[in-house]
Design a protein around this ligand. Structure first.
Ligand SMILES: Cc1cc2nc3c(=O)[nH]c(=O)nc-3n(C[C@H](O)[C@H](O)[C@H](O)COP(=O)(O)OP(=O)(O)OC[C@H]3O[C@@H](n4cnc5c(N)ncnc54)[C@H](O)[C@@H]3O)c2cc1C
Length: 403
């Protein structure tokens, strides 16, 4: 197996490095800018040079580069090493923008894509309901046409970031007489609209990242629908594919591994650095094996993409691999920390990114790893998808499936 990228790509890497050396970190007066403003300025330059927002047309604020998985990989690697800002990592950029580009109306792309990728507006995802999670198509929130508006009534739950969001993309039942998957539409809602009540839910990490969202006679314009009426399920599949791919990136696992190795070097077990402990070493090697397999599956997926081949089961396994690894890493970190891990204050956030070496971060990563295995489709449901669609095994006998 040849894992080298080839001369042309390595020449491109030099270009990327030259750009980064000249532009990040910001220098002179620019270095004094508030962090977010500095990141925004850098992103503008990176977009104009073709390094960020590569698959987004110029007219919507992207850099419109032809698809090139290897160049994309080189950019991720070099920006990662330089700790330079990539595209904002919000629900809007990762899920809504690709969905609008695939299925949105022209005016929707013009209105929403640019401000979203520039980080000027934030989105939340209104899919789950108290009785509809894995069986999402059973959702009950109702949308009825009244003149030029949809009128929405119902309740969403686990809505991440709703308290900070400017808009929500959500699934509502608009065709109550159709079969369950065919009765759903994909609507956009301005979160400032009258009738929306957002109530934060406190998580075991101590923070309140997600919320209940109550919708009482909430009006949204008739044309704020993505895809056709009753085709929201199809549209939502596009969004979910992007959500799972973003959760299933091996770069995050490699970052976690290096944090774990530093922890094992710096903490002691029975007076010895933890990394000398045979049990810790065995588990570290096992985890590294999982991570390398995940990384090489990613390479295989990239090379299939380059040949326009369907990555099939490899893509389906991404999210499951990544969340399993995140949990195993955090579990070993907690074992190394021992009693110290129990009394630590919690770091903010869901713990989905790289965990630094602080005890608080590891505890947060541990708790967050349980949540992220549920978000975007639970691990068990992922296993069903892999078994049924990837391996062709017989379908699960869940009672509601054929409705
Ligand atoms: C951190 C986090 C962030 C989230 N953010 C959002 C958000 O922004 N917007 C949003 O809409 N939702 C969000 N969610 C909700 C998430 O999508 C749901 O929690 C998820 O789809 C599971 O649904 P549920 O919680 O109703 O569990 P259920 O579907 O009730 O599942 C309960 C258990 O049963 C198992 N199970 C269910 N069906 C099957 C089956 N057919 N075969 C095998 N096992 C099965 C599941 O694996 C699970 O273990 C978030 C969740 C988390 C944890």
């Amino acid at each position: 197996m040849d894992l080298s990228y080839g001369q042309e790509t390595e020449d491109y890497r030099k270009e990327v490095k030259t750009f980064l050396t000249a532009n990040w970190p910001l220098a002179g007066d620019e270095a004094k800018m508030p962090r977010e403003d500095g990141a925004r300025l850098f992103r503008e330059r990176a977009i104009s040079e073709g390094y960020l927002c590569r698959n987004i047309p110029k007219q919507y604020g992207g850099s419109e580069q032809s698809a090139d998985a290897l160049r994309g990989q080189v950019i991720r690697e070099e920006f990662g090493k330089a700790r330079a800002p990539m595209e904002p990592r919000g629900i809007g950029t990762m899920m809504l923008v690709p969905t609008l580009l695939d299925r949105g109306e022209e005016w929707q792309k013009e209105k929403f894509v640019g401000p979203t990728i520039r980080g000027e507006i934030n989105w939340c995802q209104g899919y789950s309901e108290p009785g509809s999670g894995s069986d999402l198509a059973s959702l009950m929130t109702k949308g009825e046409l009244d003149g030029d508006d949809w009128v929405i009534n119902g309740q969403k739950i686990w809505t991440s970031g709703a308290q900070r969001a400017d808009y929500m993309f959500c699934l509502v039942r608009t065709e109550p007489d159709e079969k369950k998957h065919a009765g759903i539409s994909y609507l956009l809602i301005d979160m400032k609209t009258k009738g929306i009540d957002v109530r934060p839910l406190r998580q075991m990490t101590g923070s309140s990242e997600f919320n209940e969202v109550f919708l009482n006679d909430v009006r949204t314009p008739k044309d704020w629908i993505v895809g056709k009426r009753g085709e929201g399920w199809l549209v939502s599949r596009t969004t979910l594919k992007h959500e799972r791919n973003s959760i299933g990136n091996a770069a995050q696992s490699l970052g976690l591994l290096s944090g774990l190795v530093s922890l094992a070097k710096s903490r002691k077990i029975d007076g010895q650095p933890a990394i000398e402990d045979p049990g810790v070493r065995r588990e570290l090697v096992r985890i590294e094996g999982y991570i390398r397999a995940h990384q090489y599956s990613g390479f295989l997926q990239t090379s299939k993409g380059l040949k326009d081949e369907n990555a099939g089961i490899i893509a389906m396994m991404n999210k499951l691999n990544s969340t399993n690894i995140g949990h195993k890493v955090a579990h070993l970190a907690m074992e190394i920390l021992g009693d110290d891990g129990l009394g630590a204050p919690l770091a903010a956030g869901l713990g989905t990114g790289t965990a630094g070496s602080s005890t608080a971060n590891w505890l947060s990563q541990y708790m967050g790893s349980l949540g992220i295995a549920i978000a975007g489709g639970t691990a068990n449901v992922q296993r069903n998808v892999i078994a049924e669609r990837g391996l062709g095994l017989p379908r699960d006998m869940a009672a509601n499936r054929s409705k």
